[in-house]
Design a protein around this ligand. Sequence first.
Ligand SMILES: [Cu+2]
Length: 241
Amino acid sequence: MQRRLAAGLALLFAGAIAAGPAASGVRAAGATVTIPGDAYMPAAVTIDAGQTVTWINKDTDPHVSTTVPGTPAAFTLVHQAGKVVSHKFTKPGIYPYYCLDHATFNTALRRVQARKEADEFPIAMEGLIVVKGPGLTGAPGVAVKIGADGYAPDVAAVRAGGKVTWVNDDRTEHTAIFVKAGAPKLTLAPGKSASATFAKPGIYFFYDERFATYNSKYGLAAAKKGAPHFPIAMQGYVVVL
Ligand SMILES: [Cu+2]
């Protein structure tokens, strides 16, 4: 524990050196994600096309970030313990990604799930990068289908002022609880739908409080024991462009 803490501080210092140019007044181009353990902080970031995301691995373990299938451009990045890795994004779009060492991609459900041995299990080591630019224009409206499997799509992109409608096709009640102040908290009886309009651009995380709990440290949900697809949490994002 002592040794781990000392190593962590040394790595933190190394990270500060690596991040030097931004600190010395050069405009920071992009976003920084910290890896404190088996998690990405923050989980979701927004950049412009042409900018970079920089990951600072403050953990004493390595991690391997990779995109889920279907992103505009795939990447796989190795984060050695204590190292800083940057990746430039040229193609606008939405990039969900996860750590190969601590999570897997469930192709049937099209969702990331935590490996049992991950420190934050059942919270999956997963993140979201929104790369703004030409071609990434949200829809005026998106329908999100709710089943026992989760939300489909789990990332809904709308333009500012756009409307998202949740349709509960399941036989049990579900919710869509947003964590940002002023964002909606929706409860949907079986067969019912509910809509919300999003005026301000941003990334809005939501989850189903019936089957998951919100972890404010990581900005992600943890599936409740007994949830239909435990350890996959019933969660999603509305991306307002
Ligand atoms: Cu990892």
